[in-house]
Design a binder for this molecule. Structure first.
Ligand SMILES: [Zn+2]
Ligand SMILES: [Zn+2]
Length: 335
């Protein structure tokens, strides 16, 4: 038997339970979990999401060690350090998969939604969901890199913005504190934009070259002077995002990474006249996770985390939801 934290049903809160240790099937491995990050999406089990069945253990920022191989597994062995992020598997035959775009697979699986995730001592995962964790990267840092980290790293690197350009990171939270670090190390001139003067020191420590306090009346004027080639919106506030769109350079791009509840309102005339565009990006697959962790490790990108024992998962999730954690909560298992 093992400890796991799960949603017994839609509408219920997380509960600690004892369940049998799962066995890996064909082309699957069992992971002895060392750490698992907590994310806002871990509430999807409570509120329900298409494709979910119950009971369900959430957790898609998993770091651990393979401790059993299922039938037919090649390429991985017992003892390998692996992780699983949001991407939990792909079908291999849909249009997106045939275009090698696994994360947009129409039959794709999400770890912790379509099968049990990392809020447990063990889990089973399919081979295509596995990302190798670099030797010297601690498990508790690997987790957030496979969700918040991959989301900012993989989206920014696919925008083809020239190195040396000004990039503005809007918001300093779970995503933003990593986006500043990645963008700086990718070779951009980084402007951090957040609310309040108290965030300036943190922004600069993370690698921002400049800081703009968005609560000040001259904030838009200041950002316009930088005229960023790209604004990476990590805040879910539509009004804040709308307010900065006019500061983009000619050919500039707004990259939207956090889901604002309100729709964005934008001037088409401005987009046309200045050749600007708006885009989104959904994290990435297990191969991107490996590259995110590798880049982070060799370039000293470090998620700021607070750790909790597995038993404290409900409290840790509540703290994360109330923004009481700087910036990612991570569960650490005692085996
Ligand atoms: Zn997540
Ligand atoms: Zn597919």
């Amino acid at each position: 038997m093992m400890k796991a934290v799960q949603y017994a049903n839609k509408g219920e809160d997380l509960k600690l339970v004892e369940v049998p240790i799962p066995k890996p099937g064909k082309d699957q491995v069992r992971i002895k979990i060392v750490a698992c990050g907590i994310c806002h999406s871990d509430t999807f089990g409570k509120y329900g999401i298409p494709g979910i069945t119950y009971p369900r253990t959430p957790g898609h920022e998993v770091g651990g060690v393979i401790d059993q191989l299922g039938e037919g597994v090649t390429g991985f062995k017992v003892g390998d350090k692996v992780g699983v992020g949001w991407f939990g598997g792909h079908c291999g035959h849909c249009k997106a998969c045939r275009e090698d775009d696994w994360v947009c697979c129409t039959e794709g699986k999400v770890c912790g939604i379509h099968y049990d995730g990392g809020f447990a001592e063990y889990m089973v995962a399919p081979l295509d969901a596995l990302a190798r964790i670099p030797d010297n990267l601690p498990f508790e840092q690997a987790g957030p890199l496979m969700c918040a980290g991959i989301t900012v790293f993989n989206s920014i690197r696919h925008q083809h913005i020239k190195v040396g350009s000004v990039v503005c990171i809007l918001g300093i939270g779970g995503l933003g504190h990593l986006a500043i670090q990645f963008a700086r190390r990718m070779g951009y001139e980084v402007v951090a934009h957040s609310s309040g003067a108290d965030k300036e020191k943190l922004a600069r420590d993370l690698g921002a070259h400049h800081y703009i306090d968005g609560s000040q009346p001259d904030a838009i004027q200041k950002l316009t002077a930088f005229s960023p080639k790209m604004i990476v919106a990590t805040t879910p506030h539509a009004k804040t995002i709308e307010s900065v769109i006019p500061t983009l350079a000619v050919g500039g791009k707004l990259l939207v990474l956090a889901a604002a509840q309100e729709p964005l309102s934008v001037s088409c005339l401005q987009l046309i006249g200045k050749k600007q565009s708006i885009g989104g990006w959904p994290s990435g697959d297990s191969r991107d996770s490996e590259e995110t962790m590798r880049f982070a490790q060799i370039n000293d990108v470090t998620p700021m985390i607070e750790t909790f024992p597995l038993e404290k998962a409900p409290e840790a999730l509540a703290k994360a939801l109330n923004n009481k954690v700087r910036f990612r909560s991570v569960l650490v298992m005692k085996h």
